[in-house]
Design a protein around this ligand. Structure first.
Ligand code: AMP
Length: 189
């Protein structure tokens, strides 16, 4: 199985590029942010819990996320592979993902780090908030999410370098150019 982690700060283009990867490589997509937004929309208990954290720009507790991830992963039958979008976001989640995959005879094939400068992230997220009305895409919450990214998520770059699966992707440029770099990285796996 091809197991791709697509990584990057909020606004780095993970969601957009994931859709194209799914189409080209025929793999399944797990976006933990999308899963949580669907739970909120459906008014579930999980959704109510998640909303409190999301609106504050904070991360949902690791144990909760790890359970969600495993249940979505196991719902895919005869899958060619999976793209993990927005997970892991902490070292604990990366360790849990490694363990979950190992328990199933699998491993992360490649981690794609979409690297985009901070000013560009701000601009993109504010624009996305205006266009999509996503509640956490407002200036105050975006700033908190970027702080959370730097303190809790960015350490995963070294973690995955250590695992030998890290791949830097220049996240500035045209959507097609970035996608071409991503395809090269995946095809080299
Ligand atoms: P995203 O759509 O990936 O930007 O996620 C939106 C929000 O959902 C984040 O700001 C977090 O509050 C929450 N979230 C999504 N994925 C995770 C995760 N792996 N761990 C903790 N919180 C998450």
């Amino acid at each position: 199985m091809l197991n791709v982690v697509i990584f990057g700060a909020p606004g780095s283009g993970k969601g957009t590029q994931s859709e194209r990867i799914v189409e080209k490589f025929g793999i399944n997509h797990i976006s933990t942010g999308d899963v949580l937004r669907a739970e909120i929309k459906n008014g579930t208990e999980l959704g109510k819990t998640a909303k409190g954290y999301i609106d504050q720009g904070q991360l949902i507790p690791d144990e909760l996320m790890i359970d969600i991830l495993a249940s979505v992963f196991d719902s895919f039958k005869d899958s060619k592979g999976v793209i993990f979008d927005g997970f892991p976001r902490t070292i604990a989640q990366a360790g849990a993902l490694k363990q979950m995959l190992a328990d199933r005879g699998q491993a992360v094939s490649v981690m794609l780090d979409l690297d985009v400068p901070e000013e560009e992230l701000m601009t993109r997220l504010i624009k996305r908030g205006q266009e999509s009305g996503r509640a956490d895409d407002n200036e105050e919450t975006i700033k908190k999410r970027l702080l959370v990214y730097h303190s809790q998520t960015a350490p995963l770059i070294d973690w995955y370098k250590n695992e030998g699966v890290y791949k830097h992707i220049q996240g500035l440029g045209t959507m097609d150019g970035i996608f071409a770099d991503i395809c090269k990285a995946i095809e080299n796996v």
